[in-house]
Ligand binder design. Structure first.
Ligand SMILES: Nc1nc2c(ncn2[C@@H]2O[C@H](COP(=O)(O)OP(=O)(O)OP(=O)(O)O)[C@@H](O)[C@H]2O)c(=O)[nH]1
Ligand SMILES: [Mg+2]
Length: 362
């Protein structure tokens, strides 16, 4: 992990002390806890256990979209807007380390530089390379540390290029997808998986030509509903999570229902035009995010969505733990099974059944 602010090393004698200092919001303790958590160190898990009762207060905003769409510039504007409200803000910038963007971390830092010395803002970069336990887990746990440390809003910026990055949007309560005109067919240019995870759209770089047509394309896509998204997803081989998440866009203009009136049973993504580099549209974007938060917190569908994310996370960690336990307990039995399968003495299906039975019998 690379560090947003370089905290001098701190000496803590115990996990309890570290946790206590994180809860007080001490930047150096937060940095230390994040490193432990990111490394998957046993102390990191102990800290997370103790921090858990203090989490659940932060609103986690995922910000994603194509490389260079203006995500970091928008994040910078959002941080300023939330700070103006008196909120403490955490930012987790995920560097894709991909050929798409060479210096994302550098770019993110520069873009959010003006907040670097604000004690109410904690910026942390996560590199995608070398994450044994998975980037999603790492991002989620780092967000939890920021949450427990008293940040009211935690923004997670990721480039929406890979499955990992898409998965990260599942750690967020609201997902903002940033698009920019001038990439040809904008809606086509963006991944179908990204389209369907959007709660709020920002059409950034509205100072450029093509912003209005990008908005129209999005509106059309939203009004056509899930079918078009699913069709698009299929052609691109993405799994769809939309239905389970209660994302079934209604046949109404996108912008009207999502920003005013009583909360709808089904969420319709809103679209906000922005010029992030001039701070334009940020206030409207904050309103749109507030509205989505009100929906998640105020409707049964919204609450069910939050719960299904928790269930998903629990299943995932259960899967990891069970596999580790099985591999540990069955040991040589697995190697023997591989040899037997190779010799065609047993088929892989029966071998699996036998191994499961052996594991259960222990
Ligand atoms: N014309 C125009 N340029 C913008 C706007 N917002 C951002 N930019 C510029 O677009 C470039 C990319 O902005 P970033 O905020 O770094 O974009 P990003 O999506 O975070 O990029 P990556 O993290 O590298 O994927 C920068 O040069 C910004 O100054 C805008 O509203 N209009
Ligand atoms: Mg960026």
């Amino acid at each position: 992990m690379t560090r947003g602010r370089e905290p001098p090393a701190i000496t803590v004698t115990s996990v309890e002390e570290l946790v206590e200092r994180v809860l007080k919001g001490e930047a150096r303790a937060i940095g230390r806890a994040m490193r432990l958590v990111d490394d998957g160190a046993p102390d990191g898990y102990e800290a997370l256990k103790a921090l858990w009762p203090h989490t659940g207060k932060a609103w986690v905003l995922g910000v994603t979209g194509n490389p260079g769409a203006g995500k970091s510039t928008l994040c910078d504007g959002l941080v300023a807007a939330y700070r103006a409200r008196g909120h403490r803000v955490g930012v987790v910038a995920v560097d894709p380390s991909s050929p798409y963007t060479g210096g994302a971390i550098l770019g993110d830092r520069i873009r959010m530089q003006r907040h670097a010395t604000d004690p109410g803002v904690f910026i942390r970069s996560l590199a995608t390379r070398g994450h044994l336990g998975g980037l999603t887990r790492s991002a989620r746990d780092v967000v939890r540390v920021l949450d427990a440390a008293g940040h009211d809003v935690v923004i997670v910026e990721t480039v929406g290029v890979g499955q990992d990055e898409l998965e990260i949007t599942h750690t967020a309560h609201s997902t903002l997808v940033v698009m920019a005109p001038g990439m040809g067919d904008e809606v086509q240019a963006i991944k179908a998986g990204l389209l369907e995870c959007a709660d709020v759209f920002a059409v950034n770089k509205a100072d450029r030509e093509g912003a209005d047509s990008a908005v129209r394309d999005l509106e059309l896509m939203i009004s056509l509903g899930n079918e078009s998204i699913r069709a698009l997803s299929k052609t691109r081989g993405h799994a769809t999570h939309a239905v389970a998440d209660g994302f079934v866009p209604a046949l109404v203009p996108a912008r009207s229902s999502a920003t005013a009136g009583p909360l709808p049973e089904r969420w319709t993504p809103s679209i906000t035009k922005c010029v992030a580099s001039r701070g334009e549209g940020i206030a409207e974007l904050v309103v749109a995010i507030d509205r989505h938060r009100a929906w998640v917190e105020g409707t049964e569908t919204g609450r069910a969505r939050r719960r299904s994310r928790l269930a998903e996370q629990l299943r995932e960690s259960l899967r990891e733990a069970l596999i580790a336990a099985a591999v540990h307990d069955l040991g040589a039995g697995i190697d023997d099974a591989v040899l037997a399968i190779e010799a065609r003495a047993v088929d892989p299906y029966t071998a699996t059944e036998r191994l499961v039975a052996a594991f259960r019998a222990r």
